[in-house]
Design a protein around this ligand. Structure first.
Ligand code: ATP
Ligand code: MG
Ligand code: MG
Ligand code: MG
Length: 436
């Protein structure tokens, strides 16, 4: 992509309305623009990162055996009357009336709708287990939307829903999602810690929030440092095998949010391993048994020919919130430092002097890298080299490839690693080899 033809509205001034660093950087880097309170347009650079995050989420959901579909954003109130949540949900739900006077709503979540889809087609235990997910915009009329896309009103969520014959099998579905979540967040360069969460009226211990530590997080958390050292399950993990060993390992060190905090249990943690910190909820998994299947009549036939309501769970990931969480974790004084897997482009190619011998070298580097499938943002504008460096640092691409007249005298270009700040001079060929 040539920057001269792109749309990257970088702001020079730090926007006053932004209270936290990720929000400031997203606005300055031209990634998002607020259209109404808590409602954002995703500008090209932000949209690219959103897509990368979405892709990782999809890959890991698919790997774990979940099946993707797409449900609408607008739902009928009648479905929610069946579960009893239409009145219970309260003011966070955006209620809409259509021209025929029918009550509709902009979905804050999809348990009712997916249960309706399930009950319309699935009749037998033989079709289980089933896990259906989608990545779709949600609307929650938050009292206090803030921190940019971190607490938006319209936001992108991955929500999966599992269907099983009984609690034991539902627990296995839960464990598959647990493992998929560990892998998903780790691939984005995040340390997300599963913490015991409140199961409300359902009871039991099958609910975990995945929390990324950050001083600006809205949750207060307590943990045993040991949990930070645990290994992430490998890509080739067999999701049909018994995963309970991994779950045990990850649920043994103390880790809880303030809602579930047990002071006595935390006291038992060695003094030098106790951490109290703040964190961002990036995911939440939940087993809720027959809470929806019972009232909505989502039943299957057992092997014995008896009808039984299915056991369900739901599993959310805050896809758009993750951009904020990643930036909170990955930035320095000069801007964002994207982990490679989610970076909007891999390389920022800088022509330090447009209209000189640099042009030809840049064109050839750009062509070769693009041909090799490397995503390059080529700053070919006629602005000062200083401004180009500052913009590249701000948008945080993993590598900068700098072509300047001085280096070219000895036939060399510079490769800068954004994360370490290391710079290296090399021939254009060596640079291409390094970056592909
Ligand atoms: P929170 O405690 O932050 O209000 P929640 O517990 O209400 O979140 P869930 O219903 O568990 O949210 O939804 C699943 C995921 O969706 C959350 O873990 C979070 O990552 C994301 N999410 C929820 N609300 C928002 C929001 N207003 N803006 C952006 N992401 C959100
Ligand atoms: Mg909430
Ligand atoms: Mg929450
Ligand atoms: Mg939650």
């Amino acid at each position: 992509m040539r920057l001269s033809r792109y749309f990257l509205p970088i702001l020079k001034e730090t926007p006053k309305e932004a209270e936290i660093v990720s929000h400031r950087l997203m606005l300055r880097a031209g990634m998002i623009r607020q259209q109404s309170a808590g409602i954002y347009a995703w500008l090209p650079l932000g949209h690219r990162v959103l897509n990368k995050i979405q892709r990782i989420v999809e890959e890991e959901q698919n790997r774990s055996g979940a099946v993707q579909l797409l449900m609408p954003t607008i739902q009928s109130a009648d479905l929610w009357r069946e579960s009893g949540r239409y009145d219970a949900y309260g003011k966070e739900m955006l209620r809409i009336e259509d021209r025929h006077g029918r009550d509709m709503l902009f979905g804050p979540t999809n348990e009712e709708m997916v249960t309706d889809i399930f009950r319309s087609y699935v009749r037998s235990y033989k079709d289980l287990p089933l896990n259906l997910y989608h990545i779709q915009w949600k609307f929650r009329d938050e009292v206090r939307p803030r921190f940019g896309i971190m607490r938006g009103r319209e936001f992108l969520m991955k929500d999966a829903y599992s269907f099983d014959l009984d609690k034991e099998r539902a627990t296995e579905s839960y464990q598959r999602m647990f493992v998929a979540y560990l892998r998903t967040f780790s691939r984005m360069g995040l340390t997300a810690i599963p913490m015991k969460a409140d199961t409300g009226p359902i009871g039991g211990d099958l609910s975990h929030e995945f929390i990324v530590l950050a001083s600006t997080g809205e949750s207060e958390v307590f943990l045993d440092k040991d949990i930070l050292e645990l290994p992430i399950p490998e890509e080739n993990i067999d999701f049909n095998s018994d995963l309970s060993g991994i779950i045990d390992q990850w649920t043994t060190p103390y880790a809880a949010t303030d809602e579930m905090h047990d002071e006595a249990a935390f006291e038992a943690v060695a003094e030098d391993k106790k951490v109290s910190a703040r964190g961002i909820e990036v995911g939440h998994i939940f087993y809720f048994g027959t809470k929806y299947s019972e009232p909505m009549g989502a039943k299957v036939m057992t092997a014995e020919g008896k009808e039984t309501p299915v056991h369900m769970g739901s599993y959310g990931i805050g896809v758009s919130r993750l951009l904020g969480a990643i930036i909170e974790a990955c930035h320095d004084d000069n801007g964002i430092v994207w982990p490679k897997e989610v970076a909007p482009f891999h390389v920022g190619l800088i022509n330090m002097k447009v209209g000189s011998e640099c042009d030809e070298v840049c064109e050839s580097l750009y062509g070769e890298l693009e041909k090799a499938g490397v995503e390059v943002l080529f700053d070919d504008r006629k602005t000062s080299a200083g401004a180009k460096f500052a913009s590249m640092d701000l948008i945080g691409l993993p590598y900068q490839l700098v072509v300047g007249p001085r280096g070219l005298k000895s036939g060399e270009v510079e490769v800068k690693d954004r994360a370490t700040g290391e710079r290296e001079m090399m021939t254009p060929e060596a640079a291409v080899n390094k970056l592909i």
